[in-house]
Write a protein that binds this ligand. Structure first.
Ligand code: M6R
Length: 606
């Protein structure tokens, strides 16, 4: 987590840093800071505070810096609470520094180098600043080299030395840094979002290298001083200039964008009614040569993987596992050259997923990634990439990224079934036709959003809530439950309905609302019995149900009818309905829906 920016050039440095930090704020938003050097006076000053970038803007509103260089940071706290003091940049002696990552051995470093006296914060970062300052004798490269040799953990470090003019230095291990030289000067950032305003050309700073930004050039070398030519890439990622488009929150806007996003995801990947990945450069051999599939992801992206798992089992009858990326490497996973690894990530920067991809490829697996952000780290580390084309997702709670990930999985499953001879051409075309109905079906559920708003008011006061369903409904509810807890702070648990009476039903009372999802016709009778069981224990039950079977429950329960699709596709309308439920509960409670407490959009620490 944490967003980093570094800049040197002819523009108003304060404005460049603050604007970039606003774009990077989704990486962390508990505090923010900048250090700016005025090239005229040589004066270097730090402004930082707990709170948002808007607070930082106010803090330094009156300050004027002609030009020069600067570094900035938006923080997601790991070591040390949220406070002005713990905000970055940290300044020790001649060193001013920002950091993304975690220094695991910071306590040993304090002891080994007797640094305690020099520290004012509780952060691991300030220890790095102190160590760097200790090693610094006027030679930045020497000091950086000595420092990184002592660090254990992950780090992207950006440094200004008080006596080195308008030069910004950087080095990294695991945590990402991209950089560019453009007409306005040289800049670096945690991700491309902050650079796209200036250029679509960038390069990834290699691990354990030292980057120097000068206003008119960039120098990159390894730790032994050998010069390295940056490998420039281009990106066609566009920033969403339309802002919230009249919606009060990005989350609502992004929920509403889903029909268009799904169209963008599937169009261009269907030819003669069949799924086609030739434009993505993904060969059929990837699908025909594998014996098993392993999906790796975190959070919402992992929930998309769980839906895919159910489809693969029922359609392809293949061995498939869904692994939480954070557990993957520590669980002795069965991965070999016959395993197709599918990594799923909106940001393409989630550190656990990134490390899992590297691990799987070392074991000989081929890796296909489903990614939203073009040119991101996971995309670069993968053998093949299918971009979801959802467009920028700004709200922390993932919505359109999830449903576009699902759309890509439907295409993959169909292509696999076709290329492995499980589906005939006609069967594949019929499956794809149903997928192509998704945008229209989503529009129907979005048109009924007021009904979901009414239902949301029933759970507004709940402290705890259960979501129950079977089969694919259970998979969808895991995501619906995550959505509700992250934005509304209601403790919500998704449970496979049949498991409820093996323990958790003890928690059901009249104060525990239950949301049930009933979209799978073959499981309906059993599901209805489970709903009755919680109802007879006093629970207020809201049922999201496929329209064609809704008459079984109408009059008896509060029912939200979901437009009909074939059972395998009902996750699409159901997930939109559950997103709306979470959104309305949060908005009605008056929360900052787009920036829930303790969270960040991109999780770059393990
Ligand atoms: O960028 P990623 O898709 O890799 O992020 C993974 C999770 O952090 C993410 O899906 C998270 O669970 C969502 N923001 C929740 O809405």
């Amino acid at each position: 987590m944490c967003g980093i920016i570094g800049y040197t050039g002819s523009e108003d440095v304060k404005a460049v840093l603050l604007d970039a930090l606003e774009l990077l704020e989704y990486r962390g938003y508990d505090s923010a800071g900048v250090a700016v050097r005025d090239s005229g006076t040589g004066e270097q000053r730090v402004f930082k505070c707990a709170g948002r970038v808007s607070d930082l803007r106010m803090l330094c509103a009156a300050e004027k810096f002609a030009s020069g260089c600067g570094i900035g940071h938006t923080r997601w706290a790991t070591h040390g609470g949220v406070s002005d003091r713990n905000a970055h940049p940290h300044q020790v002696g001649r060193v001013t520094l920002v950091h993304n990552g975690i220094i695991e051995n910071y306590k040993e470093l304090i002891a080994d180098y007797d640094l305690q006296e020099e520290l004012q914060s509780e952060t691991d970062t300030e220890v790095v600043a102190a160590l760097l300052n200790r090693f610094y004798e006027g030679e930045p490269h020497e000091a950086i080299k000595k420092t990184v040799a002592k660090l254990r953990g992950t780090f992207a470090l950006v440094v200004m030395f008080a006596d080195q003019g308008d030069v910004v230095y950087s080095t990294r291990n695991v945590s990402p840094i991209v950089a560019t030289l453009c007409d306005e000067g040289a800049m670096l950032a945690s991700d491309l979002t902050a650079l796209c305003r200036f250029t679509n050309r960038y390069f990834v700073v290699p691990e354990y290298h030292i980057l120097e930004l000068h206003a008119d050039h960039i120098a990159l070398c390894d730790l032994d001083g050998k010069m390295v030519e940056p490998e420039y890439l281009t990106v066609d990622w566009e920033l969403n200039s339309a802002g919230k488009n009249g919606y009060p929150f990005y989350m609502e806007k992004e929920i509403m964008e889903q029909p268009d996003a799904i169209e963008r995801t599937i169009e261009g990947r269907i030819r003669s009614g069949l799924p086609d990945f030739s434009a993505d450069g993904v060969p059929d051999a990837l699908f025909t040569d594998c014996e098993r599939i392993c999906i790796i992801a975190c959070g919402t992206a992992m929930h998309a993987g769980l839906v895919a798992q159910a489809l693969v089992k029922s359609i392809l009858h293949m061995h498939i596992e869904v692994e939480m990326a954070s557990e993957f490497m520590y669980s002795d996973p069965v991965i070999d050259e016959k395993t197709l690894v599918i990594a799923v990530s909106q940001s393409g920067e989630t550190i656990d997923t990134l490390e899992a991809v590297k691990y799987a490829r070392r074991r000989g697996a081929k890796c296909l990634s489903i990614i939203n952000v073009r040119g991101s780290s996971i995309a670069r580390e993968s053998d093949y990439v299918l971009y979801t084309n959802a467009g920028p997702e700004i709200a922390v709670a993932s919505t359109k990224a999830y449903t576009t990930q699902l759309a890509v999985f439907y295409l993959i499953v169909a292509r696999m079934a076709y290329s492995r001879g499980v589906f005939s051409a006609e069967e594949t075309q019929s499956f794809i036709r149903e997928l192509q109905r998704t945008p229209d079906v989503m529009k129907k559920i979005l048109a009924k959003r007021r009904d979901i708003h009414v239902v949301a008011k029933r759970v507004l006061g709940a402290k705890d809530l259960f979501m129950i369903g079977r089969g694919l409904d259970y998979s969808i509810l895991l995501e619906g439950s995550l959505k509700l807890k992250e934005v509304s702070y209601i403790h919500s648990e998704a449970y496979a309905s049949g498991e409820l009476k093996h323990g958790p039903i003890a928690l059901i009372t009249q104060d525990t609302p239950v949301v049930a999802s009933v979209t799978q016709e073959k499981l309906m009778s059993k599901e209805l019995s489970n709903i009755k069981e919680v109802r007879s224990r006093g629970a207020d039950v809201v049922v999201f149900i496929k329209e064609s079977i809704a008459q079984r429950l109408e009059g008896e329960y509060e029912v939200v009818k979901l437009p009909n699709m074939q059972d395998e596709f009902m996750v699409m309308p159901a997930s939109v309905a559950l997103q709306l439920l979470a959104y309305y509960v949060s908005a009605d409670k008056g929360f900052d829906v787009d920036k829930p407490r303790n969270l960040a959009k991109v999780v770059t620490v393990e």
